[in-house]
Design a protein around this ligand. Sequence first.
Ligand SMILES: Cc1cc2nc3c(=O)[nH]c(=O)nc-3n(C[C@H](O)[C@H](O)[C@H](O)COP(=O)(O)OP(=O)(O)OC[C@H]3O[C@@H](n4cnc5c(N)ncnc54)[C@H](O)[C@@H]3O)c2cc1C
Length: 579
Amino acid sequence: MTALPPNSGMPTTRGLNFFDADPNLFHALRAYAAPGDVERALPHLRELGRIAGSELDELAARADANPPVLRNFDEHGNRVDEIVYDPAFVRMQEIGFSEFGFAAMSHREGVLGWPSRIPHVIKYALSYLFVQGEFGLFCPISMTDSAARVIDQFGPDELRQRYLPGLTSTTFSSLLQSAQLLTERTGGSDVGANECVAREENGQWLLTGEKWFCSNVGADIHLTLARPVGAVAGTKGLGMFLVPKTLADGSRNRYTVRRLKEKLGSKSMPTGEYEFHDAVGYSVGDISRGFAQMTEMINVSRLSNGMRAAALMRRSLLEAVTHARGRSAFGKALVDLPLMREQLFEMTLDAESALSIVLYAARTLDDADSGSEFHEKVIRIVTPLIKYAVCRRARTVAGMSMNIRGGNGYIEEWVNARLVRDAHLGSIWEGSENVVALDVARAATRNRAHDALFRDLESRLDTLTDPEVLRISQPVRLRLMEVASRFEALLSGDADLRDARMTAMCDRLAALTCTVLLLGEADAEARAGLGYRKLLIANEYRKRYLDLVDPLDLGDEGITFLDEVLDGGRVPAAAVAGW
Ligand SMILES: Cc1cc2nc3c(=O)[nH]c(=O)nc-3n(C[C@H](O)[C@H](O)[C@H](O)COP(=O)(O)OP(=O)(O)OC[C@H]3O[C@@H](n4cnc5c(N)ncnc54)[C@H](O)[C@@H]3O)c2cc1C
């Protein structure tokens, strides 16, 4: 029998450095990070890119195929509700929590040798690389990170001192992880319908009820919502509680884990159901503002979900490009077939615009955290916008990538099926698609957050200087005014119609925001003498998503310059066809 040659025209991304393979990440990051931070982050980005394409990718495949199991009882029949992980997942936890310190970056100085706390924009760029290797673990990482933020902001000193050192530890043995429990059988979107109650007894809060979804089962602490006895109905009556796994005397807290969910994806990380039986909970912050405080955690998680969706798109694109370049059909490399080139170009527009809006949001969060009320407003509206638009698009891009790998794309030995499954989750948890689209409207009606966003976009257009970029940007200004006035009209019109049109409005708003951001990056690249690659991306994105040009009227710019686009090469100004 003749042995097949290695790879047999079935190219793989395994072993690639995901940072080096993505010239856009470096340039995009420079547009949003503070001067000097990208250079400081460079060795870590490169190292993470190497790990993501090798060890992490292998571990992720193993952990996905061997999901955690729940062991309810020990050999003596004692209730333990312990999670047994595949060693691959434990190793990934070490990489994520300890070696890179993702959950600690925003809270401690000195992580990765950084002289201060690592800015969100750098954390997101690093996370973007990590998630290209492993998606599931980033939920526990993000919940631990955001729990530390919430406890720091709202928690009493006692809880701060007891839990923050563990939540932000980069030493694996002393790490404490967090989970976030909102969803009950009565509703995930309608959290105000929650039935879990809290009663105060001898100065201690005791929680009774169930939680229908809990990711990172087995966490050391849980931030949850429960209604103090006698409190009003709806979200206003919910208090926030920290439910620890272990009580101060070392005994188990009084809750049980009923079962783990059989999930479509994100299988490496356990999601299950909880029952509280007079579980001890420590009140966090103002007991009458539990839901408002929880939204702080939810918003950071929503942003993290947008970052993860952008990472899934980038990985999907990399898989598709690697396959198309290494496999042939009809006597040609797939990548040289015009229709394939068009698809790869379109996926690149999706992946790069998603990264731009995610890094923009991360930088905005840095500015908001520094006390800027203006940026607080911008991040308030951009967060649900990203959660809606980027997560939605990731499903399509992951599906396109599966299709491009052909039959192998449907086979579990390849990463595509996992990417498709994970991409769907982003649009469901932490607020499903409709719910986050409606939250964009809420941010506008309650905070007039859209005014800040439109103002920010306008001032970004004002800073453009390159003549070619200016040429393309002039009509975008008119679009900005048009989108702003349609948004305002929708808000002030009939409420039912506003809600019914909100996803369409978010599509338009996301397209406008991404177009302006891409133009800003294009301007910086042109001024740095790097040519007009990014302007080509901005302009083709603008045509397809903002101006909704009939696809039959599109030109051949994408298929002509695909290689320059993929490899970060130079594109001449003449390639960027005008209006
Ligand atoms: C794998 C996984 C892990 C999870 N982990 C956690 C966790 O750790 N902690 C946690 O608290 N939850 C968790 N969840 C739950 C998740 O957040 C909820 O499932 C989600 O918020 C939706 O809630 P629901 O399932 O009750 O759906 P519903 O609220 O019943 O929504 C059903 C549909 O109705 C739509 N809808 C709702 N309101 C409106 C409206 N006003 N207008 C139009 N459409 C609307 C929604 O968009 C959705 O499409 C997890 C879910 C999954 C799948």
